[in-house]
Write a protein that binds this ligand. Structure first.
Ligand code: FE2
Length: 390
């Protein structure tokens, strides 16, 4: 919800009569969050969005997670997770906790139904691919390196024009722009690494006037259902407000760099309950003459760190590849592998792209991740000791 947006035809005031050309009333829908007390939008449908013909079961496989025990740093080569199907059915959970579920998906065909997650916002990161997400707010074209924020309750379907590999974050709350980037009125401040103009919002198309039978699969905190509704989800003639899907491409991210190493919060993109998101994009390194470009060793004692490697040369990590996920577990020291510090000295820039999420509740592991684990990763910081002859 970067700022107020309006699209299409709207009556001059909310909650008043607004008539179709045939004399009937458009159906106003309040799309609100946190009851009536946070951001919201008003949508105007050709016909009521409430017309439900049937409710059926959606037998979605349950998400099964196991504890990260013994607790240690881990590396999952998720490019090896073979999955296909549409954007929902191809999701393979890899990590999760009570705040967030992280999945890999590989959409190689369009969704033939609509989907609505009413259990929290979704944050999609597009690794490869392109296409369009059709929503009740309009169409959002996407491409590689897009972050796409989909507010809870949005009805959508993803139509790939090229096979789409993505990292999916299902939050139990709202995905927001960090407070530190916004002024008292919500506008992005000058020091923020992005600007309102960098966010893409849906393009509202002509409303679909075709009553019939439309399948909407609904997800809510582990509860599922399939709704058959009478009116097309994209029968909206206009909407306005602060709550809508939007996209942001990492090309638009203007990274904050410094004289010395900048920690991950300098690269923050979004935040959600129990989760902080960051992005590492091509950038100049630190400019102190004795600066060390790669990060220092550290232990994040109160969070689990998840780094997803997108593209480029991952200078501080040995053995990772595109699509790798490293999980640096709470309290487990990590940092550049042996030799990485010396190798980085004198480097002036990086072409790496990686996205990160820190979670503050312990992450659990899914079988799909364990099946592609580099089980020796936790030993990758061992120095080769020089041979010693007495
Ligand atoms: Fe770290």
């Amino acid at each position: 919800m970067p700022s107020y947006v309006r699209a299409g035809s709207l009556p001059h005031k909310r909650h008043i009569q607004f008539r179709r050309p045939d004399g009937g009333l458009y159906a106003e829908e309040l799309f609100s969050t946190k009851g009536f007390e946070s951001v919201y939008s008003l949508l105007y449908h050709l016909r009521p969005p409430t017309a439900t013909l049937d409710v059926r079961e959606w037998n979605r496989p349950p998400v099964q997670l196991i504890a990260n025990e013994p607790l240690r740093n881990r590396h999952f080569k998720t490019a090896q997770i073979e999955t296909s199907g549409d954007a929902i059915e191809s999701r393979r959970p890899v990590l999760g906790n009570s705040d967030l579920l992280i999945s890999i998906a590989n959409a190689d065909r369009p969704m033939e139904y609509w989907y609505r997650n009413t259990g929290g916002d979704e944050l999609l990161f597009i690794h490869h691919g392109a296409g369009v997400i059709e929503t009740n707010f309009g169409e959002l074209a996407y491409r590689a390196n897009d972050y796409i924020i989909i507010p809870t309750g949005t009805t959508y379907r993803l139509i790939p024009s090229a096979p789409t590999r993505m990292l999916v974050h299902e939050s139990t709350g709202m995905v927001k722009i960090p407070r530190k980037y916004r002024n008292e009125y919500g506008q992005l401040e000058e020091h923020a690494p992005y600007y309102e103009r960098d966010f893409r919002v849906p393009v509202l198309k002509s409303p679909v006037d075709a009553p019939g039978e439309y399948e909407v699969r609904v997800s809510n905190a582990g509860r599922y259902a399939t709704y058959i509704v009478q009116n097309h989800p994209c029968d909206v003639v206009g909407w306005d407000g602060y709550c809508y899907p939007y996209a942001f491409n990492l090309e638009e991210f203007a990274p904050i760099t410094g004289k010395l190493h900048q920690p991950p919060p300098a690269h923050a993109t979004f935040e959600a309950p129990g989760a902080a998101f960051c992005a590492f994009v091509p950038r100049l390194f630190d400019y102190h003459p004795l600066a060390i470009p790669v990060p220092y060793n550290h232990s994040s004692v109160d969070c689990d760190e998840v780094l997803y490697y997108v593209s480029g040369n991952f200078m501080s990590r040995r053995g990772v590849e595109e699509g790798s996920i490293t999980l640096h577990s709470a309290g487990a020291p990590h940092g550049p592998q042996p030799g990485a510090v010396e190798a980085s000295l004198g480097k002036t820039s990086t072409d790496e792209i990686a996205v990160m999420v820190d979670t503050f509740a312990p992450l659990q592991l899914a079988q799909a991740a364990l099946a592609v684990e580099d089980a020796q990763y936790y030993r990758s910081w061992i120095e080769q000791q020089p041979s010693y002859s007495p």
